[in-house]
Design a protein around this ligand. Structure first.
Ligand code: CO
Length: 188
C-alpha cells in the first residue's frame, strides 16, 4: 500500500508546525468540516505528519497545530517505515460499543502527563482519506483509543477533561507545570 502523502518517519530539528499546549485557547476552538480534499490539504497533512514524528507522537489533530479543520493523523507503526499513516478527514463515529475500557493516555499538547481515561472499547468511524475517498473503519484497542482521543481535539476537548481521578490529575499537572484551571471537566 502506498500513500500520496509520503513523509519519512523521522525527527526534524525544525518541525514545520508548532504544537500548542494545554492552557492555550486555540485548543478549545471547534474544528470546521473540510469541503475539499486537495493538494493544499495534502501539504498540511504532510506537515502534520512531520511535526508528529518529530515529537515522537502516535497521533495529532489539526487544532493542536492551530488549524481549525476536522483533520487527524495517526501512526501506530513508527518503527515500520513503509507502513502508511492513517489520515482521517471529517471523521464521524457511527457506532461505539457499550463496553468501556480504561487505559493510560498522553497528549503532545500536555507533555509528560499520563493518566487513565475510560472510553468505549470498540468504535466504527466513517471518514475521508487523503484522496477524498469515503472510508469506514472498525477499531479496537490502541487504534480505537487514538481515534477517540484525536477526535476529541476536533471538539476542543482534551483527554484530561475526561480523567476521573482528580487527585492524580492535579498531581500530574502540577508536576509538569500545567494549570489545573485549564481543565474543563466533561459533565456526565
Ligand atoms: Co492529544
Amino acid at each position: 500500500m502506498t500513500t500520496v502523502v509520503a513523509v519519512e518517519k523521522k525527527k526534524l530539528a525544525q518541525p514545520p508546525l508548532n504544537i500548542h499546549y494545554l492552557g492555550d485557547r486555540v485548543l478549545r476552538q471547534p474544528a470546521k468540516r473540510i469541503a475539499k480534499v486537495d493538494d493544499q490539504l495534502r501539504q498540511t497533512i504532510a506537515q502534520m505528519l512531520q511535526t508528529m514524528y518529530s515529537a515522537d507522537g502516535i497521533g495529532l489533530a489539526a487544532p493542536q497545530v492551530g488549524i481549525h479543520k476536522q483533520l487527524i493523523v495517526i501512526d501506530l507503526a513508527l518503527d515500520q517505515p513503509d507502513k502508511p499513516p492513517l489520515v482521517l478527514i471529517n471523521p464521524k463515529i457511527v457506532k461505539s460499543s457499550n463496553d468501556l475500557c480504561n487505559s493510560e493516555e498522553g497528549c503532545l499538547s500536555i507533555p509528560g502527563v499520563y493518566l487513565e481515561v475510560t472510553r468505549p472499547e470498540t468504535i466504527e468511524v466513517s471518514y475521508k482519506n487523503e484522496l477524498g475517498k469515503p472510508c469506514k473503519l472498525k477499531a479496537n484497542g490502541l487504534l480505537s483509543r487514538a481515534i477517540q482521543h484525536e477526535m476529541d481535539h476536533l471538539n476542543g476537548v482534551m483527554f484530561v477533561d475526561r480523567v476521573e481521578n482528580n487527585l492524580a490529575l492535579n498531581e500530574e499537572l502540577n508536576k509538569r507545570g500545567f494549570a489545573v484551571s485549564a481543565v474543563k471537566p466533561i459533565k456526565k
